[in-house]
Design a protein around this ligand. Sequence first.
Ligand code: FE
Length: 344
Amino acid sequence: MKHAARKAFTLLLGGLILGMSPLVENLAAGEEVNVYSYRKPQLMQPLFDTFTADTGISVNVVFAKKGMLEKLSSEGANSPADLVFTVDIGRLSDIRNAGLTQKVQSDVLDSNIPENMRDPDHHWYGLTSRARIIVVSRDRVQDGEVMRYEDLADPRLKGRICTRSGKHPYMVALTASMIAHLGVEEAERWLAGLKSNLARTPEGNDRSQVKAIREGVCDIAVINHYYMYKMIVDPEQKLWADAVKVVFPNQPDRGTHMNISGMAMTKHAPNRENALRLMEFLSTARAQEMYAQVNGEYAVKPGIPLADPVQAWGEFKRDDLGLIDVANNRAEGSKIADRVAYNE
Ligand code: FE
């Protein structure tokens, strides 16, 4: 509770300095909102602190690495949680499909967040977006040699590709987007082709695929774009990032597959009004810029400045497929990975 006390004190001080009496009133009333977050404290805490400084509403956060869905369902109507934050459309839609979220009506959210990045039924909202890019060896892959996800299944790339598990949510979402665009049969042919081009059995996370390119294990990998940012700013991993070029896939046609991190209001949220205020705050330009920059992600609200070097990679065509369509094809995407024995 030390932390909370310190925070309250800071707020009070901030309020006195700024002469903002509503802030002090809010504190006295014990205004708060409770959050369960899979997203890390270093990403979220600055945003929550800013929200608290603006509104006087305290944000109590439980950061977790797993088990959120189970925790919410076992707590049921007694859950203290108002909002959940997580990455990946898969995790958002799992929580929604388990009946653990509620509908939100907000013109602010609807105007700040593009339609394809929120649930048509208003249960979940994207807050940042991430491109699933292709990275290729600077030395061993020519410009233009790999330009589309479809190229990854071309036999000319045999033995040259590394990816993480085909069952990981990021890969399943990509496969789901292929199903949405090409149909199940064609998507299955694609994943089988990609599998037969792998240099090794899938292992590790996105960054370790780039490391493998640096080490000459493979020439081509599929990763989320912000891992390039993270490697570039890490003295040890910068060598890995320096070994590859960024390709935004499918520029001449439908654009690059995008995923989101996002939020949802819990079904039994005890502090609905405050929760909605926090949701709306996070969709504003100010919060979007903070959020996107700290992790090298893209804001969902258009026109927000990005972190370098993400900004330097420039504009690209994004696949504007609804994330709901990705969500709806996930189960089939995961089955396809099993059918083509992707991880074996
Ligand atoms: Fe990630």
